[in-house]
Design a protein around this ligand. Structure first.
Ligand code: PAF
Length: 274
């Protein structure tokens, strides 16, 4: 497995591989890899790509000033070992200075799907995500890129960016990986105390309990109450059209229920497509 820290070197290698006819799959991550990330690598391998490039980069531009950029968990050594074991052929681990020049001044903004949900609560977040993913697409020039459904809105925003900016990349979205308890895997779960982890189970439980054909407003209320009762602070509970992310009135098939809630100081998100 090749290890790159330099964007230009990785780009040169990827272009060379493509010229030789190789197909490339990209798995963008922020590291501290868990089974969820490994499932993305497995999905990338399924595309029969010749090269599986995993990027590990805690992207400062997608964190707000009061968010957890500094304390976001990092473990480069373990990530390298996990990528190697999972069958990645290259890993890209740049320093922020290798991705952003001091006078970096071009950003990518998706203006519709980013407006609500996490975009409304985390101003600038999707601008940071789109910018770094566009850069990764230009550096790696992948045929396929794999993202997790755990970040449902992010996956929709990236699909839209790829479509609207004509990136020749097929975007694949891999299902959420959960603990046996139902808790969706996330690097941020490491912040949780045992008690917070227990409370957090209310998120997956409540979205699992939604059935089709109900009034979304009532279901929102019911879920919010259940989350509060478990000791969580609700950031949002929304029922949206899975493609447009616009609010819907009924919990029909194809509708996505999305939840963001705080367990202590840790913000957790989860979702389910009905
Ligand atoms: O989902 C993530 O881990 C990040 O938002 C991504 C897509 C790697 C961009 O930094």
């Amino acid at each position: 497995m090749k290890i790159f820290n330099d964007a230009a070197k990785l780009q040169k290698w990827c272009l060379g591989r493509k010229r030789s006819g190789a197909k490339i799959a990209l798995v963008p991550t922020m590291g501290y890899l868990h089974e969820g990330h490994l499932s993305l690598i497995a999905a990338a391998k399924k595309t029969k790509a010749d090269e599986i490039v995993v990027s590990v980069f805690v992207n400062p531009v997608q964190f707000g000033p009061n968010e957890d950029f500094d304390k976001y968990p990092r473990d480069a050594k373990a990530d390298i070992a996990k990528c190697r074991k999972a069958g990645a052929t290259a890993i890209f681990m740049p320093e922020p200075s290798a991705m952003y020049a001091p006078d970096h001044s071009v950003f990518v903004n998706e203006e519709r799907l980013s407006a609500g949900l996490c975009g409304a609560r985390r101003p600038g977040h999707f601008r940071g995500v789109c910018t770094v993913v566009a850069k990764l697409f230009n550096i790696v020039q992948p045929d396929t890129a794999v993202f997790g459904q755990k970040d449902y809105q992010q996956a929709q925003v990236i699909k839209r960016m790829a479509r609207d900016l004509n990136f020749p990349v097929e975007i694949k979205v891999a299902p959420i990986v959960r603990e046996k308890s139902g808790l969706a895997l996330s690097s941020r779960n490491t912040y949780l105390s045992e008690a917070e982890k227990e409370s957090a189970l209310a998120i997956s439980r409540s979205i699992a309990s939604v059935e089709p054909g109900r009034r979304a407003a009532k279901e929102r209320q019911r879920i919010s109450k259940a989350l509060e009762k478990a000791g969580l602070k609700v950031d949002y509970v929304e029922f949206v059209d899975g493609a447009t992310l616009e609010n819907v009135k009924t919990t029909a098939a194809g509708v996505c229920v999305l939840v963001a809630a705080f367990a202590g100081r840790t913000r957790l998100i989860d979702n389910r497509v009905l």
